[in-house]
Design a protein around this ligand. Structure first.
Ligand code: HEM
Length: 389
């Protein structure tokens, strides 16, 4: 049975995930108390099965977890139809492709500024590049004040620690405090924007109406917090994981150096496939159902292991090989079904814009030190990637 906290497993989970896939069907994990769907077919089926829902279980004691609980229960990600349908369509209106395309010049400008301020003799690819770009973009889309941007990453990091397998008492306390501070901050912002509308998503969300129905205050705050968190967390790690993988494969680095713009789109999808930034998404059966020949009874849990599915040898040729020109690449790193990532076009636009700019400015970029991994599995990423150019 996989120990998801074992640091050996976390440093390279792929051999153990391959063994899990060899079972060819979902396998019960006693410690987690859930089935694990590890093949592409099963993980995909879990995400699409309408008898399996994202059912948020409020944390207890409710008094301590109140804000954390409603930030989740009232968000798009942790709702199911009909509430999910209503919330998602409201957000999609404000988060449309035209709006995302209109952000491209901002992405180019911010990327250029970041690259100009980098010291080529040594920098941290996470702190100096991969992190500030998506944080600044999602903050500016929502209209989150520049001077307080530095608050976003610590709040988000504290909250997402609760998605790991066994958070510590200190992690729990920090998640509660971060939830309260984040919610209070967004609430104030929302009140201010209702009185004083601006050209931003928080204003749009506050004013949006569908069938005469507005988002209520908790739903609005929860949606903003989700967008601010989801809007950068996986992008930072997806870029970092993929770029380290490329740095460790000289032939792929040569490709990136020689044809950065041409291969940017396939390279980014391969980054997300090869070393997924998000590994495990849980569902609960709302009625008896079946996945991969295994019966999932009402109330039982099953998780889709995205990083494992993306290495499935029956779907991807040479699945353990990084191939930045891989096409087609049917990875499920952005999920599938009704919760499919709303931000996928934004994440793709950010990364396919910034990757070639990085390569053009610093074609000889290389690792200066062994990168440091975060000690977590569900959200997989690096703490620090020291490089020189
Ligand atoms: C590389 C970057 C990203 C990855 C790998 C990623 C991955 C995912 C995945 C796997 C899900 C589905 C979760 C599930 O089914 O339980 C999801 C949902 C979501 N993502 Fe992303 N995401 C990324 C970037 C973004 C960005 C930039 C945003 C910004 C708005 C965003 C917003 C959302 C939202 C709002 C949902 C919930 C959708 C729903 O429940 O209907 N994501 N994402």
């Amino acid at each position: 049975m996989i120990d998801f906290q074992d640091q050996g497993f976390i440093s390279d989970p792929y051999p153990a995930l391959k063994e899990l896939r060899a079972a060819g069907r979902p396998v019960w994990h006693e410690d987690l108390g859930m089935f694990l769907a590890s093949t592409h077919q099963d993980a995909n089926a879990v995400l699409r099965n309408r008898s399996l829902g994202r059912i948020f279980k409020p944390k207890e004691p409710a008094t301590e977890w109140d804000t954390f609980n409603w930030l989740h229960a009232d968000s798009i990600l942790d709702s199911e139809p009909p509430k999910h349908t209503r919330l998602r369509s409201l957000v999609m209106k404000a988060f449309n492709p035209k709006k995302i395309e209109s952000m491209r010049p901002d992405v180019e400008r911010i990327t250029a500024q970041l690259l100009d301020s980098i010291n080529p003799s040594g920098f941290d690819l996470i702190a100096d590049f991969a992190e500030p770009l998506p944080v600044k973009i999602i903050a500016s889309m929502l209209g989150f004040p520049d001077e307080d941007e530095h608050l976003l990453r610590p709040w988000s990091q504290a909250i997402v620690k609760m998605y790991e397998v066994d958070p510590s008492e200190q992690d729990k306390k920090q998640a509660q405090v971060a939830s309260q501070e984040f919610a209070d901050y967004v609430h104030k912002l929302m009140v201010a924007r209702k009185q004083n509308p601006g050209p931003d998503l928080i204003t749009d969300l506050a004013l949006v109406e569908e069938d005469g129905e507005r988002l209520n205050a908790h739903e609005l705050i929860a949606t903003c917090v989700l967008l601010l968190n989801a809007g950068h967390e996986a992008s930072v790690n997806g870029f970092g994981n993929g770029f380290v993988a490329a740095l460790e494969h000289e032939d792929q680095m040569t490709l990136l150096r020689e044809r950065p713009t041409e291969i940017a789109a396939t390279a980014i999808d391969e980054f997300l496939r090869f070393d997924a930034p998000l590994h495990l998404f849980e569902r609960t059966a709302t009625q008896d159902t079946e996945i991969g020949g295994v019966e999932i009874k009402v109330g039982q849990k099953i998780s889709a292991l995205l990083g494992s599915a993306n290495r499935d040898e029956s779907v991807f040729e040479n699945s353990d090989q990084l191939d930045l020109t891989r096409d087609p690449n049917p990875h499920i790193g952005f999920g599938a079904g009704i919760h499919f990532c709303i931000g996928a076009p934004l994440a793709r636009m950010e990364m396919t814009t910034s990757l070639p700019m990085l390569m053009e400015k610093f074609p000889n970029i290389e690792l200066a030190k062994t990168p440091i991994r975060r000690p977590t599995f569900v959200l997989r990423g690096y703490e620090e990637i020291l490089v020189r150019a």
